[in-house]
Design a protein around this ligand. Structure first.
Ligand SMILES: [Zn+2]
Length: 346
């Protein structure tokens, strides 16, 4: 009777002990060990006692196992060893990867999706540069930017961007693509001939992306990303409403800079036009953007005429190739009289 009862209790202990393998040590574990050791000896049974939480990471055998149980135990230990190795490898990889992208940010680790990770890998391989992400505010209401740097592909993300969103994913892919064009495809950077005033810096910021963003958006689509940000269509719809109401173009940072505001409006128009002209859009996106282009043309004849000049320069050159882009930008620098303080890097 004692043996029968002992066997039953030993089996209960075994079930409980097995269930605890891999889980943190529970205070009852040592008490169970004392109890089942006694029961095991009396019952001649076999128990695997879990000591994983004692920082050992393995299980010890306290009595004679059967052949079948030995096989199970061996398989279990092998699996545990493989898991430990896998975890260690992944941890090292993660540490290296995060170290590479956070050297300048001092920010919480950024976890990329597999799609973005593989794209960033491709770009870092082609440019032979690591990616560095900084979190800080940007001028002109920008939420993300590519910043030329002597060593890295450096991108800046506004602190308000939630890194877990599609918007962050798109922004990183977009800015990284500017790095790809600059450091692997030979696209010329606009550099200052002398220290720039705040207005001149605005002129440079606008000109630097006026044509290049069209190229970036098409590459993004080729790489399986959306060619525009998740909030883009909603923004365009808002801009359409403003245009239909013949309202002032919404840009508080350029309220006292008429020329800057005009060029910003042209930039917005050209990006929208470029999406229709060079990307393949679904019907809804195409309709929303086409409506915006029509509203813009009706509401802002002066800025539309400026945009027409830029459009014809873009159409005359193959901007999807470095030399064509260079020629187009040389014409833009002339058109907008930027040569006094800007030039293209060799
Ligand atoms: Zn851009």
């Amino acid at each position: 009777m004692w043996l029968k009862e002992g066997t039953r209790r030993a089996r209960q202990v075994r079930r409980r002990s097995d269930a605890n393998c891999g889980a943190p040590l529970k205070p009852r574990c040592s008490a169970d060990k004392r109890r089942h050791d006694r029961l095991v000896i009396r019952a001649g049974d076999f128990v695997v006692h879990c000591v994983i939480s004692a920082a050992a990471g393995y299980c010890s055998v306290t009595s004679k196992p059967t052949r079948r149980e030995l096989i199970y135990l061996s398989l279990f230990q092998r699996r545990l060893k493989e898991m430990k190795q896998l975890i260690e490898i992944q941890f090292v990889f993660l540490a290296l990867f995060l170290g590479a992208i956070n050297t300048a940010s001092g920010d919480a680790p950024i976890l990329f999706s597999p799609h973005l990770t593989s794209y960033v890998d491709k770009v870092t391989e082609q440019t032979r540069r690591k990616l560095v992400v900084e979190r800080r505010s940007l001028p002109l209401g920008l939420k993300a930017a590519f910043i030329p740097d002597p060593r890295f592909i450096k991108i800046v993300l506004d602190p308000s961007i939630n890194l877990k969103t599609n918007y962050a994913e798109y922004s990183i892919a977009h800015e990284v693509t500017h790095g790809l064009l600059t450091y692997a495809k030979g696209y010329a950077q606009l550099i200052a001939k002398r220290p720039l005033t705040a207005k001149e810096q605005t002129r440079r910021s606008i000109a630097a992306v006026l044509v290049e963003d069209i190229v970036v958006n098409r590459i993004l689509q080729t790489e399986g990303f959306a060619p525009f940000a998740p909030i883009y269509l909603a923004t365009v719809q808002y801009e359409t409403k403003v245009a239909n109401a013949k309202g002032t173009y919404p840009h508080p940072d350029l309220a006292n800079d008429e020329e800057g505001r005009d060029r910003w409006m042209v930039l917005r128009y050209i990006i929208a036009w470029g999406l229709v002209e060079y990307c393949s859009l679904d019907q809804k996106s195409e309709d929303v953007i086409a409506e915006y282009l029509r509203a813009f043309q009706n509401a802002y004849p002066k800025q539309f005429s400026m945009a027409e000049q830029v459009k014809s320069i873009i159409k005359e050159n193959d901007i999807f190739e470095a030399q064509g882009y260079r020629k187009a930008m040389a014409s833009i620098l002339d058109l907008w009289k930027l040569n006094d303080f800007l030039q293209m890097a060799d």
